[in-house]
Design a protein around this ligand. Structure first.
Ligand SMILES: Cc1cc2nc3c(=O)[nH]c(=O)nc-3n(C[C@H](O)[C@H](O)[C@H](O)COP(=O)(O)OP(=O)(O)OC[C@H]3O[C@@H](n4cnc5c(N)ncnc54)[C@H](O)[C@@H]3O)c2cc1C
Length: 587
């Protein structure tokens, strides 16, 4: 069975049948999402004030309740007490849990970064000992990588591990910072350097001698999630609790962050979708100038834009989970190494989901505050909490700056290693640019203009990436602004294409008339995205070339980015009217 390679969206056309969309969810996947939604609505959302009073017993009990429903076990193999479900189900759960930011972080620290290191890197004995209790919530996990002086540069950690003289234990010293679930977790995945230089992961139980946690941090948001330091003072950790190989901790840290990003993308989407109905409801109720503010064009613009952006994000989030699940089908789903390999293959897409999702969530939270006006600035209303809670998503699981560097950097690496034929694709674009443009009229069909714009955007990106590489060669990685502009254009094209393919698939199923909302959203999104892609590409060219070279390159770029603007005002009003009528995200 063949599978689509990670990152290949940039050079290949994807067929509609090959794209997974939320309309393709199975009954089991829908049921799991519904179960999670009900759990959140009935058990968690109403208790936010109590959670924010730092009642950690409540958080622990809620995690255990989630365990009773099976919500902690989807990534844990069946033989160790889990459900071993597909990745789409796993992120559908993450999406639903994210309707409450603080709880989502507690839940994510346990089910994702805190326990997956054991799922993917643990020995059989470690899995047998810990995973069944993690699946029920009897043991709650945390992940301790960051230190005061090593955040993005995680491998610069100072925490040290030394083998005891009897060879039975490692003695750990150091302080880990910003540890989610720090106040109540029973088990920590701790990264420390054996003999000060071999970066290694350890499974550290709270009750091991020398382990303690510090005071709660006073944070901007997420006040119902515990964040503390983890203090290791001659902490005694049995040698059996080394996770993976000595000196290979970076493999665990980076792979787990990669999974975390994939889930955070879905979580951010969930947060954005949760904000939309709150903003719409208020806009309908709030009267100014004898009208509901939802009747004003500028408020409609905001509501439509939130919906459109969430639609594009949702399309790429589930397209990615579908790609991972499809790849896993070609491997052994019970073999953790295979599952990890599949997730790693789509590391570029995972970083895109993290950056794009967290920035769309930030946009929706910000616009929701604006729709609430002064009341949005008050603690009495929920949107100020949404705003504060959303902000962290651009910082943790690798900051958005680091992830932007990763997106372009990983693609370049794959090109250089021959894993992806990006260089060949770039050369074909150069040939196209040198040839005369075709003036043949192409037949117009539904969304054919948008399809062309997506395909041309890819060519534009390959063109400018080629120019940047020619100028800087291997040193291009040091040109961060160029790397980030290329990453921004790549993210935009992945979002454009995902929305387009999903809409075409919906039209195939339901017909054009019943798909109008999706068609309109896709048109507006692509109309706006192509301008962004053009701008990112121009910035790169202007940084790499000047004079006649620049003029020639800009003319080539124009061939790919030229487009007639559409009436987005009219379309956004239509989209907003539908969202306002339904009072929810109704795609
Ligand atoms: C609420 C919360 C919960 C957290 N939970 C956990 C947890 O459970 N476990 C855990 O281990 N950690 C956790 N963290 C830590 C988090 O992962 C780090 O804060 C994050 O990785 C950034 O590190 P830093 O804060 O040291 O920022 P820095 O690395 O100092 O970055 C500061 C700024 O510099 C930029 N920057 C840094 N390096 C580069 C570069 N090479 N190029 C360009 N720009 C760069 C960054 O993008 C950022 O804008 C949490 C943090 C918070 C606030």
């Amino acid at each position: 069975m063949s599978f689509i390679k990670g990152g290949s969206f940039l050079i290949n056309e994807t067929e509609i049948k090959d794209v997974f969309t939320p309309e393709d969810f199975s009954d089991e996947q829908r049921q799991m999402a519904e179960l999670t939604r009900k759990f959140m609505e009935n058990e968690v959302v109403g208790k936010v004030k109590e959670l924010e009073s730092k009642n950690w017993d409540l958080t622990v009990n809620l995690i255990k309740k989630a365990g009773e429903l099976g919500l902690l076990s989807f990534d844990i193999p069946e033989e160790f007490g889990g459900l071993g479900l597909d990745k789409t189900t796993s992120i559908l759960v993450s999406e639903q849990i994210s309707m409450q930011g603080s709880f989502a972080v507690s839940f994510g620290a346990h089910t994702s970064i805190g326990s997956l290191p054991i799922v993917y890197f643990g020995t059989k004995e470690q899995k047998e000992k810990y995973l069944p209790k993690i699946a029920t919530g009897e043991i709650i996990c945390a992940y301790a990588l960051t230190e005061a002086n090593s955040g993005s540069d995680a491998l610069a950690a100072k925490a040290k591990a030394v083998l005891s003289s009897d060879g039975k234990n490692y003695i750990l010293n150091g302080t880990k910072m910003w540890i989610s679930n720090g106040g109540f977790a029973d088990l920590f995945i701790v990264f420390a350097k054996v003999d000060g230089d071999k970066f290694t992961a350890f499974i550290v139980e709270r009750n091991f001698p020398g382990v303690s946690s510090g005071q709660e941090e006073h944070k901007m948001g997420l006040n119902g999630s515990s964040t503390t330091t983890l203090i290791l003072e001659d902490a005694i950790v049995p040698v059996e609790n080394v996770l993976g190989e000595i000196g290979k901790g970076h493999k665990i840290a980076f792979n787990i962050l990669n999974v975390g990003r994939f889930k955070l993308g879905a979580g951010s989407l969930g947060g954005a979708k949760n904000i939309i109905p709150v903003a719409i409801k208020y806009a309908k109720e709030r009267k100014q100038f004898n009208k509901s503010i939802s009747e004003f064009g500028l408020i409609k613009h905001k509501i439509a834009e939130m919906g459109i952006k969430a639609y594009a994000t949702e399309s790429m989030v589930y397209r990615t989970s579908g790609l991972i699940d499809k790849y896993i089908e070609t491997l052994d789903k019970n073999n953790p190494n295979d599952v990890l390999k599949a997730i790693e293959e789509f590391a570029v897409e995972a970083s895109i989901m993290k950056v794009y999702g967290s920035e769309i969530l930030g946009y929706c939270a910000d616009e929701a505050v604006q729709i609430f006006g002064g009341y949005g600035y008050s603690e009495e209303y929920p949107v100020s909490r949404f705003y504060r809670d959303a902000r962290i998503n651009r910082i943790f699981e690798g900051t958005n700056e680091i992830n932007r560097m990763l997106i372009t950097g990983m693609l370049l690496k794959r090109a250089m290693s021959g894993h992806l034929p990006l260089v060949q694709a770039g050369m074909k674009i150069m040939e196209e640019v040198m040839s005369l443009p075709s003036f043949e009229e192409e037949e117009e069909t539904l969304l054919s203009t948008e399809k062309k714009l997506v395909s041309n955007s890819k060519k534009a990106i390959l063109l400018v990436a080629g120019v940047a590489i020619q100028k800087y060669m291997m040193k291009v990685n040091d040109e961060q602004e160029i790397m980030a502009s290329i990453a921004d254009a790549i993210m935009e094209v992945y979002a454009m294409e995902s929305a387009l393919l999903r809409t075409l698939k919906i039209v195939e199923k339901r017909g054009e008339e019943k798909s109008q909302l999706h068609i309109d959203a896709t048109k507006v999104f692509i109309n706006d995205s192509i301008k962004k892609v053009e701008n990112y590409c121009k910035n790169v060219l202007a940084a790499c070339s000047s004079g006649d070279d620049l003029r020639i390159q800009l003319a080539a770029l124009r061939r790919f980015t030229k487009h007639l603007p559409i009436n987005t005002i009219e379309l956004r009003r239509k989209i907003a009217d539908r969202l306002i009528e339904d009072e929810k995200y109704c795609f």
